[in-house]
Design a protein around this ligand. Sequence first.
Ligand code: HEM
Length: 471
Amino acid sequence: FRLISLSRRCAFKGDPSMCLPPGPPSLPLIGNALDISAKNPGQSFADLAKKYGDIVCLHIFGETVLVINSLSIAKDLLEKRSRIYSGRPQYATYKSYGADLITPFLDYGDPWRLHRRLFNQTMRQDMIESFRPAQKRSVQQLLSNLSSSPKAWDEHAYTFASGAILSTTYDYNVQPRADPLVQVFTSTLDSFTFLFSPVTPIILSVMPFLKLMPPSLPGGILNAKAFRTAMQEMINMPFNILRARKDAGKSASCIATTPVPRTTMTPAEVDFHFKGFCTSVFGGGAGTTSETLRIFVLLMVQNLHVQVRATREIDAVVGRDRLPDFEDREAMPYVEAVAREVMRWQPVAPLGVPHSSTEDDTYGGYFIPKGSVIIPNIREMSHDPTKYPRPDDFLPERFLAADGTLKDSDETDLSFIFGFGRRVCPGRHFANASLWIAIANLLAVFEFRQPKNDKAEEVPVVPEWTYGLTS
Ligand code: HEM
């Protein structure tokens, strides 16, 4: 019945003029599934945006999916009407893959409120200074790792991001290379971003047999039992390490020892969700931060002139006898502009995390049914040519005024990269600080160049993107 009623695009209660937003025609049962490329959904969404405009309505296996391509519409719905747009689509997949305790997947309700209170207690903007020692230690490790083995730069980026977060969350110091905890987290999170991309859970909920794919076969990444086991290890291993330290009489001061605020939930539920919260700090933060750093390296390799200008600014402010520190940030607008342009040029979560609507609504003459999945197309918003002329070019100076100071205007507000309304990323202040300190230090110490072939000629780097929850 739901499929039939949704296929009638103009059917809002008694008012036949109220239609769903525009979108491509859909096929019976599978709807628009074939309109989305599994390899590159971001490109499909961009093509649909060009054809259908700021809101595109799709039907994917019975779900109404609205892709929002305009920042102002995303703000109207997800921020101004956040009371009814702060849910998350609930797929059976989350429980069967053991991810029903992870903050981004929780629906709008008490467990999610507990997670957000814990985030507010531990990661508010005014607490961010307390994380600086861990972030600085991780940067020193990054610089030293890169000097000793530059070819493993992407592994070092991940170790940096994990190190800052594991130290803050579990008071755990990562080893420079092949850290056992980092390895467990890395292998699980690689599958995680694919399994929980905006589209995969919809496909898995209509084809649940895919969860049984034998792990050794192609598609084995979908095996739910294997993934659940990996999740359990990722959730419990840091707590076991903490407990062992406590048993040995060593104290720890970190997010995982934070007192839990009062709640009506049972102790078992609180324990379950507290572990989920801690895992979400790592899960939300490590991949996003390290992947943004990898995008930074790509852009530096392709834009040597940007490195030269940034280094000149760092030398002028910091000199050559010490490394950049957080206190130098305001005095280096160009480095700030580079960091912002990296995040704009390729937002690491290009489709955000889908929201869902909890009531029927109307917007701009369109009907938005309760339970719609709302995908904010952040990549499209960050490439809006009216705000960012020549959007595909890497131009840090777009964030600078004629006198070289940072512009402070609507155009330069990049907060949407971190999502919207009540579900906005709670790790954004932490991420922003980690990325800045890493970028400033990398620019101060290294020059990034294209690799050379046997004839010592530079070989142009051609990026290939992965597509999942992050890219
Ligand atoms: C460059 C770095 C990062 C980017 C671009 C980013 C982006 C995002 C986006 C787009 C969302 C979805 C917001 C929405 O639903 O509207 C999100 C959610 C989330 N992020 Fe981040 N994030 C980053 C770093 C971090 C860090 C460092 C942490 C943890 C320390 C973190 C933890 C989370 C969590 C827990 C959520 C789910 C919030 C909820 O559902 O209520 N993120 N992030």
